[in-house]
Write a protein that binds this ligand. Structure first.
Ligand code: MG
Length: 180
C-alpha cells in the first residue's frame, strides 16, 4: 500500500518511517566584483572573508542549495533548479535561506520532519572550521531543529584540480527525514 499526497505526485510507503535524501552543489569561484564575477562568499548563511566568491544567480550559498536538494530529494520532489529557476529575475541575488525554509515547509506539509542532516563542504580556502558552529546554528534555525541535528564538515581538496586551486566550492549533503 502506498499513499499519495495532493501536493506531491510521489507515493510514500506508509510502512517506511524514514526517507533519505542526497544533495550536491558546486559553484565556480571568481575574484569579487569588479575584478571578477564573484559574489561575497556565503556558506551556510555565514559570510566568510575571502577575495573570491561564487558566480551565481542567487547569493550562491552552495551549502544551503545542497541542503535544499537533500530535503527535496528525500521527498522525491522536483529539485531546487526546477522550483527556483535561475532564469527567474525574482531569485537574483536571493538569500538562499528562502530555499531551505521552503523545503522544510514542504517536508512538514507532507508529514515529515528533519531527523538529521550531515554536510561536507569542500573549499580550499578559507578554512570553514572556525565557522562550523555558526553555520550549524544558522541552518538549525532555518529548519526549526536543534543544532545537534545539523552537522557541517570542512575539507580541502589537497591542492588537486579546480577545487584544489580554489576555483570552486563543492558541497555534499545527506538528510534523513522521519515521520512527524
Ligand atoms: Mg547552487
Amino acid at each position: 500500500m502506498s499513499e499519495a499526497h495532493p501536493a506531491n505526485p510521489s507515493t510514500f510507503d506508509p510502512a517506511v518511517g524514514v526517507r533519505v535524501g542526497h544533495g550536491y552543489d558546486l559553484h565556480r569561484l571568481e575574484p569579487l566584483a569588479p575584478k571578477g564575477a564573484g559574489r561575497a562568499l556565503v556558506v551556510g548563511g555565514v559570510r566568510l572573508d575571502s577575495d573570491c566568491g561564487p558566480v551565481a544567480h542567487s547569493d550562491g550559498d552552495a551549502l544551503l542549495h545542497a541542503i535544499t536538494d537533500a530535503i527535496l530529494g528525500a521527498l522525491s520532489m522536483p529539485d531546487i533548479g526546477q522550483l527556483f529557476p535561475d532564469t527567474d529575475p525574482r531569485h537574483a541575488g536571493e538569500d538562499s535561506s528562502v530555499y531551505v525554509v521552503e523545503a522544510a515547509r514542504r517536508a512538514k506539509e507532507l508529514g515529515w520532519r528533519i531527523g538529521n542532516l550531515d554536510a561536507t563542504v569542500i573549499l580550499e580556502r578559507p578554512k570553514i572550521g572556525p565557522h562550523k558552529m555558526a553555520m550549524r546554528e544558522r541552518i538549525a534555525r532555518m529548519l526549526g531543529v536543534d543544532v545537534g541535528s545539523v552537522n557541517v564538515k570542512g575539507k580541502t581538496h589537497e591542492g588537486v584540480g579546480a577545487l584544489g586551486e580554489g576555483r570552486a566550492i563543492e558541497v555534499h549533503v545527506v538528510a534523513m527525514l522521519v515521520r512527524a
